[in-house]
Design a protein around this ligand. Structure first.
Ligand code: G16
Length: 554
């Protein structure tokens, strides 16, 4: 690092002192904490993004959001050149930057890393970082900190892409690195045209009619509501009403996380909505769940990420079976590798259902960074977390195969070409960079119309086992270390045996605990044959977490 670069870094970084006594960890998807603690971390992630861009010679994205967390929190996520999450190899570097006690230590850490990674700070290539933020008020000053971070690296430029959903920013990074246009207009255009294409390919006589045509979306009082309003104007064949568009408090009693965890109606919904198809986004619109308001109660029938996955799997399987029908000469052997990726939170009934369809189901730890990486190993990989994070990935080789079929005039069956066209349209509609509530919603809607299904019919695919999720505030959540895709606790010792003893008391009991990567809590998930039993198991294991880890209430 030359003297000019060093002095710029020392000067600007001294304006962003880290808060005393706070240790930040790079969690499930970046740094997340009360917004007042984050300015210096965001500045430093700006530095990291510039270096990552120099190293990869590609555009990197920085998204300022705390997604489903309460409005007083904020956070920062990094999008790698593919549009996916920051490579996990760089997470320790991110943590040491964020926790460096002063500017001199910070510059030392940077200098060592630049040497180790052989990053050319004054080469030909200039770094480019796309910045986005959600609607949180604290995002305005944090965005400035990120800009300053990028600007502290001499050969780096930041481009403010505006107030966006998280998946939009990831999409833009991916598009730009593929040499494509990457504006919001291009994003909307791709989504609306591929949606239209799927509707045009619907077999005649499938469309659902009547009240079921209407869809009501809870926008979590976040950015997704505004973007859906804009997208709506470009869509024919979909009747959408958007609620919770920003007049209430972000994520408070609204949104996908609330709906999925509490299983009650979000603010703004009520008895008049019984029987109507409803959906919820989270604060930055990277999660999607559907639900039905129950008559005479504030309860909902939840149609979660697992069921969205089941719907997608059914539709894709249908197209693959058309493609794989014998008779025509296809350009490739018909063994498509379709993979399903779930986490321990997947309801046991969903896993049984998918396996019974003959699908390959694999598990990873929680977090888009894990499920996405696994899904990318297949020709078509579908991942969904029960909380509504998910997408469908197509390998480049498989897309070429589909293009070949599509343009192969010697094929006797146009059905085959239609199936290939549908799969190609899905690959353009569904975000290839990350889970995206807007594109996921359009794919769900297109598939329901294709099958001629109501939400009630969809929900009947299988019946969830009763489950309960709880949060436990403990002294140090990092004391919990898990293994086997988070199904077993290896530290503190003895707790897993105690959990096993509780599980053994319940018919069809299943339970695990894990430290959250986005909130300062340990999460408990329990499943059993009745709701009472699932509740009992969750509460008794939460008590164990208290005993072994020390409650903050004691
Ligand atoms: C983030 C991740 C998700 C993960 C969720 C919960 O979601 O992107 O993959 O499922 O956190 O994580 P945890 O249980 O570790 O708190 P979001 O929507 O908050 O960005």
């Amino acid at each position: 690092m030359n003297d000019k670069q060093r002095s710029i870094l020392l000067d600007i970084s001294s304006r962003f002192s880290p808060p005393q006594g706070v240790k930040l960890s790079y969690g499930t998807s970046g740094f997340r904490a009360d917004a007042s603690l984050l300015e210096s971390a965001v500045y430093r992630v700006g530095l990291l993004a510039a270096l990552r861009s120099l190293k990869t010679r590609a555009v990197i994205g920085l998204m300022i959001t705390a997604s489903h967390n309460e409005i007083s929190d904020n956070g920062i996520k990094v999008a790698d050149p593919s549009g996916g999450m920051l490579t996990q190899d760089w997470e320790p570097f991110a943590e040491s930057l964020a926790n460096a006690p002063d500017s001199y230590t910070l510059v030392e850490i940077l200098d060592d890393f630049v040497k180790k990674e052989k990053i050319a700070l004054d080469g030909e290539w200039a770094a480019e970082v796309f910045l986005g933020r959600d609607t949180r008020p604290s995002g305005v000053s944090l965005l400035e900190a990120a800009k300053q971070g990028v600007a502290s690296i001499v050969k780096a430029n930041a481009k403010d892409m505006g107030v966006l959903t998280t998946p939009q920013l990831h999409w833009m990074v991916r598009a730009r690195n593929k040499g494509l246009e990457a504006s919001e207009h291009n994003y909307f255009d791709q989504l609306s045209s591929s949606f239209r294409c799927l509707l045009e390919l619907i077999p005649q006589g499938s469309r659902i009619v009547g009240t079921n045509d209407k869809l009501i979306v809870d926008g979590a009082d976040g950015i997704g509501a505004e973007k859906l309003e804009s997208l709506k104007g470009l869509l024919n064949g979909l009747c959408v009403e958007v609620r919770n568009s920003g007049n209430g408090v972000l994520n408070e009693g609204v949104g996908a996380d609330y709906v999925q965890k509490e299983k009650v109606v979000p603010r703004g919904f009520g008895p008049a909505d019984v029987g109507i198809r409803c959906a919820s986004f989270d604060g930055d619109a990277d999660r999607l769940v559907y639900f039905l308001v129950q008559p005479n109660s504030n309860k909902i029938e939840l149609v979660d990420g697992d069921k969205i996955m089941a719907l997608f799997a059914l539709f894709l399987e249908e197209q693959l079976s058309i493609l794989n029908k014998s008779g025509d000469v296809t350009v490739r052997p018909n063994q498509t590798r379709l993979g399903i990726v779930q986490t321990a939170y997947a309801n046991g009934a969903s896993t049984s259902y998918l396996k019974q369809l003959g699908l390959e189901v694999v598990f990873t730890p929680t977090g888009v960074k894990h499920v996405h990486e696994k899904a990318a190993e297949y020709d078509i990989g579908i991942y969904f977390e029960a909380n509504g994070h998910g997408t469908v990935l197509f390998s480049e080789a498989y897309l070429c195969y589909l293009e070949d079929i599509n343009s192969n005039l010697s094929l006797t069956s146009t059905e085959k070409q239609k199936a290939a066209s549908r799969l190609l349209a899905v690959s353009k509609l569904i975000n290839q960079a990350v889970g995206d509530a807007l594109s996921g919603l359009l794919l769900v809607e297109a598939i329901l119309q294709h099958l001629g299904w109501s939400i009630q019919r969809w929900n009947e695919l299988y019946h969830d086992l009763p489950s309960r999720q709880l949060k436990v505030k403990v002294l140090d959540r990092a004391a919990v270390v898990t293994a086997n895709a988070e199904t077993v606790v290896v530290k503190p010792s003895g707790i897993q045996e105690a959990i096993n003893a509780e599980i053994a008391k319940y018919h069809k009991g299943r339970c695990f605990i894990r430290p959250s990567g986005t909130e300062d809590v340990v999460r408990v998930y329990a499943e059993a044959s009745t709701q009472e039993a699932a509740d009992g198991l969750a509460y008794s294991v939460a008590k164990l977490a208290d005993q072994f880890l020390g409650s903050t209430n004691s």
